[in-house]
Write a protein that binds this ligand. Structure first.
Ligand SMILES: Nc1ncnc2c1ncn2[C@@H]1O[C@H](COP(=O)(O)OP(=O)(O)O)[C@@H](O)[C@H]1O
Ligand SMILES: [Mg+2]
Length: 219
């Protein structure tokens, strides 16, 4: 049965002392496992906020986020437990080597095969010989490959990526994007990507532009 996240009539604003920042009004969309959704739009449009809302990390001012798992409505905690995240700044643990960074989410779940799986994923992302290097000893592209493997290693139903190629050069962006799409296809997860890159966005099953508080289908 199709697993999905349904966002219905989402509106969001921030109050900052005297100001009220309106981000968006009455947005609705659905993300299904097995498809990729790209969200593009100018800086400050609210893309990161929308991603947090879709992932159940932030509650919208009004509207409904529903996570459907095996045909049933599941709670937001279940959604979080079934989600992986990829960030522009990689966010690896600086004091851990590559393999320990990969093993960490599995170890937190009590998985006894954590290091063996981490080794398999290192090989999958082409960094087998970097197991004992710490993040500062890796290039940006290599760090993002580790971060992608870390997001996928627990086999989440959904992956949320916020500007995953924002810190990478064009050639590295290309290979990191391919890796992300291959992993998503293989694990049949739903992938939501916020990006500035049109080259990345065109590879998604659906592309939306968030601008002026409106979400419009771009492709
Ligand atoms: N916690 C917050 N409190 C107040 N304003 C915020 C908060 N988070 C984001 N904003 C503001 O909301 C707007 C949208 O932010 P964001 O979702 O990060 O946009 P984008 O990712 O598209 O650049 C920005 O003007 C930002 O300053
Ligand atoms: Mg952002």
């Amino acid at each position: 049965m199709q697993n999905k996240i349904e966002l219905t009539a989402i509106s969001h604003h921030f109050e900052t002392g005297t100001d009220r920042i309106e981000l968006f009004n009455d947005l609705s969309f659905t993300v299904e496992c097995g498809e990729t959704l790209a969200i593009v739009g100018p800086s400050g449009a609210g893309k990161s906020s929308l991603l947090s809302i879709a992932a159940g990390l932030e509650k919208p001012t009004t509207g409904d986020v529903r996570f459907i798992l095996d045909g049933n409505i599941a709670d937001i905690r279940t959604l979080r437990a079934n989600s992986g995240f990829i960030f522009q700044q990689f966010h690896l643990m600086p004091e851990l080597d590559a393999i320990s960074n990969l093993a960490l989410p599995l170890r937190l779940k009590g998985n006894k095969a954590a290091f063996q799986l981490a080794r398999e994923w290192l090989e999958k992302v082409g960094l087998k010989d970097r197991a004992h290097h710490r993040p500062h000893q890796l290039s940006g592209g290599e760090q993002q490959r580790i971060a992608i493997a870390r997001a996928f290693i627990t086999k989440p139903k959904f992956i949320f990526a916020d500007e995953p190629t924002g810190n990478l050069d064009a050639k590295t962006s290309e290979s990191v994007t391919s890796l992300m799409f291959e992993c998503a296809q293989e694990t049949k997860c739903g992938l939501v990507i916020v990006t500035h890159s049109n080259r990345l966005a065109v590879r998604a099953s659906h592309t939306f532009r968030l601008q002026g508080g409106q979400l419009e289908q771009a492709a």
